[in-house]
Design a protein around this ligand. Structure first.
Ligand code: AHG
Ligand code: MN
Ligand code: MN
Length: 336
């Protein structure tokens, strides 16, 4: 069989990027390779989730008499396990774990990165065969290498991210990640089991026609947000409206589409939940970073999202992210 050398795998790509930085240690490439490996394992299970007895509630017993793990827990275990056993991660924090986990083996304490993730985002969509995802953020630890990580390594503002990315388990499986040098997308080629570069140097279109928000909550949103949504629904010469509304309920899939096609995604606070639903550290910050590197923007409604100083691992935040000119338009309403 001829190997098509036009393709470039995730590993090849990250290693090639490293060549441009003579002093680089390769730790970040290693970490991304670990994430890719965990993603492939999760992908296998997600793909057969309809066939096997893995969808049940955590703690129930399947036909083999084994304890059934919810896919969220399965995914969490995969990412945690791979990062724990790799050499590039000093600790993790996850949506599925109350506290961060500092790895204390000799290899891990010598690593300079920590990783925060949502192992499975949109997991309520698995049962109905709709795209779901994984979201991750990578930070350089602030405590000295050689020691066990502390909370302060994890509670860094989003503007300190070294890399961030997501995997979308969709009609095909894609891994997209950003560093300060750019955003690149890799599609899993199942025939060789490799993520291969399919979307080099992704830029979010400066403007778009898609707005994504849960309309069911419309009357719970702040008035300024309602005003903006109403503008999205009207014919408007200056913005080419009315826009098209698209909302899957899997943020990974929603923001991925808007990143590629141009658009805005919003999860505002509501009267019941003023901080909204999404988690700052492993849902909002990674997407804010990716979108910003791709030329878009993100805010919590008050300040640039990436500038928010976190106080808790699992804190929630209102979230608005998208194409730069749509964000400008939104902000004219938010700042009124
Ligand atoms: P998770 O599955 O990790 O709990 O997150 C689901 C999130 C996000 O993906 C999506 O955008 C949002 O929940 C949808 O929430 P609503 O159903 O309230 O719109
Ligand atoms: Mn989530
Ligand atoms: Mn989740």
């Amino acid at each position: 069989m001829n190997v098509d050398r036009k393709i470039q795998t995730l590993d090849e790509f990250t290693i090639q990027q490293l060549r441009d930085f003579p002093g680089a240690t390769g730790e970040l490439s290693h970490l991304l390779r670990n994430i890719g490996l965990a993603a492939k394992r999760v992908n296998v299970e997600v793909n057969k989730a309809g066939l096997v007895d893995i969808l049940g509630d955590h703690g129930t017993i399947n036909v083999q008499g084994e304890e059934v793990k919810k896919m969220d827990i399965f995914a969490n275990d995969q990412f945690t396990g791979v990062l724990r056993h790799g050499i590039a991660c000093a600790g993790i924090a996850s949506e599925e774990l109350d506290d961060f986990v500092a790895f204390d083996d000799p290899k891990s304490v010598n690593s300079k990165y920590v990783c925060l993730f949502d192992p499975l985002d949109g997991s309520s969509n698995i049962d109905v065969n709709v795209s779901i995802g994984t979201i991750f953020a990578v930070y350089r630890r602030v405590t000295p290498v050689g020691t066990v990580t502390k909370l302060e390594d994890y509670l860094q503002p989003g503007n300190q991210q070294v890399a961030a990315g997501y995997i979308v388990y969709g009609s095909s499986t894609m891994l997209v990640y950003a560093t300060r040098r750019g955003v690149n997308g890799f599609t899993l080629d199942p025939s060789i089991g490799e993520f291969t570069l399919s979307h080099p140097d992704i830029k979010c279109p400066e403007s778009g026609k898609i707005y994504s928000v849960n309309h069911g909550n419309f009357f719970q949103y702040p008035e300024k947000v309602r005003d903006y949504i109403t503008v999205c629904q009207h014919k408007n010469k200056s913005n080419g409206g009315p826009y098209t509304q698209r909302y899957i309920g899997s943020m990974v899939a929603d923001v991925h589409r808007n990143l590629i096609k141009g658009g805005i995604f919003m999860y505002p606070g509501t009267t019941d939940k003023p901080k909204g639903k999404l988690r700052l550290m492993y849902e909002c910050n990674p997407f804010a970073f990716i979108m910003t590197i791709a030329g878009g923007r993100a805010t919590n409604g008050e300040i640039p999202l990436l500038d928010v100083q976190p106080t808790e691992l699992h804190q929630r935040s209102p979230f608005f992210v998208g194409s730069s000119s749509m964000m400008d338009e939104l902000e004219t309403y938010l700042n009124k």
